[in-house]
Design a binder for this molecule. Structure first.
Ligand SMILES: Nc1ncnc2c1ncn2[C@@H]1O[C@H](COP(=O)(O)OP(=O)(O)O)[C@@H](O)[C@H]1O
Ligand SMILES: [Mg+2]
Length: 371
């Protein structure tokens, strides 16, 4: 078993609290992503798991063993960093064989050969084994760096932004490769990235962090569709969710979200969800934030139903099939995603309607989600 457990883990660098009371469990054989903006404590967390950084408080377990005091080389992990350093004067084969030659366990030459060839085959770099790093492309070099990590077949892989520096096309390619690789090897993977698309597309589960604090731990679907707060809602999704300040008010059973541009009535289901999260309007209207993803607006040239509201097209960005449309409404500019077939241009008046089963609502003060 190679689950990884963090119990109330803290990392302090002097006065800086880089990781704050982090508890999470990465399951055996799971592809687990640590996601968050730069400086949120991802690398510190990973380095503590690897043993490269002391744990200030709390404990980390690999399998059932507390590893706080276990040397990195005895943790049965392999780590791949963004800045992989291959030995320039060694061939690809020698680079990949290196961890087997210097490790604690000794391997015979034929075992080393088997393992290197097996890893090279998985990574499709068999034909490059006699080359030197400078004779490879960036993506090929990165695969060698990953190969060097997998030859030992460790219990856990730790990867810190391993593909962040690659160009966009190669990054997309490597996303698929890494996900495939993890399923083929069937080992536990903890993968750090600041790129929400990487996390959403590769992970079984995502732990999303901000300012050293775990915000939400869940499947990509849960993170995307049931974000627990405004930070998570805004961090995941591209273009990001629109946030619109509104007032929530009730007159009898008639609950409405209002602002300068629109009135949206709340269905009984939404009211029940709001109340289920201790939402309470008994002491009068409440300041809230409505969240609508760009793809969750219906946009038309003419007024739709009585809840649709007008705006003006600020700019359109056709992207092949989809089109991103910026629309100004009083006090706000919204980003919408629609079909490129919609005939609208800059300056046009359009009508918008939020898809009610897709909207989110946040407490403006605490930024916590009601739904
Ligand atoms: N060795 C260090 N000494 C002091 N502060 C550090 C050190 N390493 C990281 N930090 C600080 O800890 C915080 C978290 O850093 P890090 O874990 O590298 O975040 P991330 O990987 O998410 O970008 C940041 O504020 C960073 O400046
Ligand atoms: Mg980092």
């Amino acid at each position: 078993m190679a689950k990884v457990t963090l119990n109330h883990v803290w990392k302090r660098y002097g006065k800086i609290e880089a990781v704050i009371d982090l508890s999470a469990e990465c399951k055996d054989r799971e592809f687990f992503c640590l996601l968050g903006p730069s400086g949120c404590g991802k690398s510190s967390t990973l380095r503590m798991i690897a043993g490269l950084e002391e744990i200030s408080e709390g404990e980390i377990l690999i399998g059932d063993t507390v590893v706080n005091k276990v040397e990195p080389k005895d943790r049965d992990i392999a780590m791949v960093f963004e800045s992989y350093a291959l030995y320039p004067h060694k061939t690809v084969y020698a680079n990949m064989a290196f961890p087997l030659r210097v490790g604690k366990r000794s391997y015979t030459n034929s075992e080393i050969k088997d393992r290197v060839h097996k890893a090279a085959k998985i990574l499709e770099i068999s034909e490059f084994l006699d080359r030197y790093p400078k004779q490879l492309s960036g993506g090929q070099r990165q695969r060698v760096a990953i190969g060097r990590a997998i030859v030992r077949e460790p219990l856990v892989f730790l990867m810190d932004e391993p593909i962040s520096h690659l160009d966009a096309k190669l990054r997309t390619h490597m996303r698929g490769e890494l996900k495939h690789l993890q399923k083929v090897l069937n080992h536990t993977m903890i993968y750090v990235t600041h790129d929400q698309l990487e996390a959403m597309s590769m992970a079984d589960r995502i732990a999303i962090m901000n300012l050293g604090i775990l915000q939400q731990l869940g499947t990509p679907d849960e993170i995307f569709n049931q974000p627990v707060n405004q930070f998570v809602a805004g961090f995941v999704g591209d273009p990001p969710m629109n946030f619109i300040d509104c007032t929530l008010e009730a007159s009898g059973d008639n609950w409405q979200l209002t602002n300068d541009s629109f009135k949206i009535s709340m269905s009984p289901e939404l009211i029940a969800k709001f109340k289920g999260k201790n939402g309470d309007l008994s002491s009068g209207p409440m300041e809230v934030v409505l969240g609508v993803r760009p793809e969750n607006f219906i946009i038309t040239n003419e007024k739709g139903n009585e809840e649709s509201f007008p705006g003006e097209v600020y700019v359109t960005e056709p992207l092949g099939e989809d089109m991103i449309v910026d629309v100004t409404i009083p006090k706000n500019k919204l980003k919408l995603k629609t079909s490129v077939d919609l005939d609208i241009r800059m300056g046009d008046k359009v009508w918008l309607e939020a898809m009610k089963n897709k909207i989110h609502l946040f407490n403006r003060k605490t930024q916590q989600a009601y739904f």
